[in-house]
Design a protein around this ligand. Sequence first.
Ligand SMILES: C[S@@+](CC[C@H](N)C(=O)[O-])C[C@H]1O[C@@H](n2cnc3c(N)ncnc32)[C@H](O)[C@@H]1O
Length: 286
Amino acid sequence: MPTTTRQEALRHLRTSFAAAGIDSPALDARLLLLAALGIAGAELAATPAEPLGEAGSKHLAAFAARRLDREPVARILGEREFWGLPFRLSPATLEPRPDTETLVEAVLKTLRAQGRADAPLAIVDVGTGTGCILLALLHELPQATGLGIDRALEAAQTARGNAERLGLAARAHFIVGNWSTAAAGPVDVLVSNPPYIESAVIPGLAPEVRQYDPLLALDGGRDGLDAYRALAADAPRLLAAGGLAALEVGEGQDGAVAGLFAGRGRITVHADLGGIARTVLVEADR
Ligand SMILES: C[S@@+](CC[C@H](N)C(=O)[O-])C[C@H]1O[C@@H](n2cnc3c(N)ncnc32)[C@H](O)[C@@H]1O
């Protein structure tokens, strides 16, 4: 109601989100209230007794209904932060996850240790989605250029839009393709966070994932490893001697994925903040 105060609305939202089994009811309520009113946290703290008003009340009701339908907050807001940068989402793109920053960090650390961070590197990102991995790398590597590939046209278009908004469009190109086959080698860095969930597991995923992340971004085939087999088969053609391949993996998949790249170079596994092996990195032989 327009006469409901900001504080009352927050309390009410929090309670109804918790009752619906939403994981982070307080945070979600706060983010949606701020967005519905178009205000910052400091203004909310200073004026908790202010009424929502006609427009604020209407926006908040619409946002709350979507969240109760288990749509993630980032999809409602249309944007998600990754590597400190804003990325627009579309129905065809996965919502970027903080765990994927492990891959970006591992690649940057390796390139810096090799003294190649300022080199004119060629990067290919397979299954680019919002473009978050490629664009985070380009943001950090001033001389690098990159190609993002996705099977979904709408994802490639969203990634291109993100590159433009981040001022990286001159160094980033996006195409539609099947895994890495459309890319011409040799490339210095191959990165991918491919779909890796076993097909049979998908119906049991949380509604936020199952209903809102696109199936094409989740389904890794019967054993979850289809994409890795395709990438491992194409890597010898695509990757330059001494190049890097970095692959995000699901929990427990690091051994199998490392096995697919065995004999191709030095392999290291990098854990995310939760201690789960999340990135398999291959430094190809020279
Ligand atoms: C797990 S999502 C990762 C998206 C993004 N890189 C990220 O980390 O947030 C996997 C992506 O692979 C794309 N994809 C699925 N099958 C593909 C294929 N055969 N070739 C290229 N991309 C594919 C999906 O459309 C989706 O964007």
